[in-house]
Design a protein around this ligand. Structure first.
Ligand code: IYR
Length: 226
């Protein structure tokens, strides 16, 4: 079923259709599934099929975006030489971050997470996904066309990417080596693409431990106005 609205073709939206009971159960069980997600910093070398990576990236790319400009691109890297180059460049920046650029307070806040400048997971994880944001599009004549709400759009896509990774039974880390323009350089991206997030994807190393953190209670984060 199609019709024109303001001269533009629209198609009928076919909503998912569940009973109230199903809605309640699905909401609860999806929460329980996502509540199991944790950021993982040590990966096993166990491979992940390329098709799985394709599916999770296509999931991320279903995200809403300003004027549907879809202002993102994704690089999925399994090539060991490129992973190594990314690790070396990331560690170079992180070394400076931990030694000079990060404040005392910041370093103190990070203590429970046992992080440091070393990023071996950038080589051990079978895949690295680099998400790029496109501030504008470049047409065939090299003309710039502005995108809208780029950070919001790409942020939402990243949330959906992380959700898809977890749903597949894989783990990841939202890694933001800073500054991270080395990623655009190594991956030879066009000038309109800026690195947004770097996610190692794979399986956790055997016997992985994570910080014993808690989520804020409902009453601190949720305000109803009924
Ligand atoms: N980018 C650094 C530091 C870091 C910062 C924050 I905020 C974290 O939540 C975790 C780490 C690193 O990756 O080690």
């Amino acid at each position: 079923m199609k019709k024109l609205i303001d001269g533009f073709e629209h198609i009928r939206y076919r909503p998912l259709s569940f009973t109230d009971k199903e809605i309640s159960e699905r909401a609860q069980s999806f929460y329980q599934l996502l509540d199991k997600r944790r950021s993982i910093r040590s990966f096993s070398g166990t491979p992940v099929e390329k098709q799985v990576i394709t599916s999770i990236i296509k999931t991320a790319a279903t995200a809403p975006s300003g004027a549907n400009k879809q202002p993102w691109s994704f690089c999925a890297i399994s090539n060991p030489d490129i992973k190594k180059a990314i690790r070396v460049a990331a560690e170079e920046e992180e070394k400076k971050n931990y030694a000079q650029r990060m404040s005392e307070t910041w370093l103190k806040d990070l203590e429970p997470f046992a992080t440091n400048w070393q990023k071996p997971f950038l080589e051990t994880a079978p895949w690295l996904i680099v998400v790029f944001k496109k501030t504008h599009e470049l047409d065939d004549n090299n003309q710039q066309h502005k995108n809208y709400y780029v950070t919001e759009s790409v942020g939402i896509a990243c949330g959906m990417l992380i959700t898809a990774i977890h749903n597949a039974g894989l783990v990841t880390l939202t890694h933001t080596p800073s500054p991270m323009n080395f990623l655009a350089k190594i991956l030879e991206r066009p000038t309109n693409e800026k690195p947004f997030l770097l996610l190692p994807v794979g399986f956790p190393d055997h016997d992985t431990y994570v910080p014993n953190i808690t989520r804020k209670p409902e009453k601190e984060i949720l305000n109803y106005y009924e």
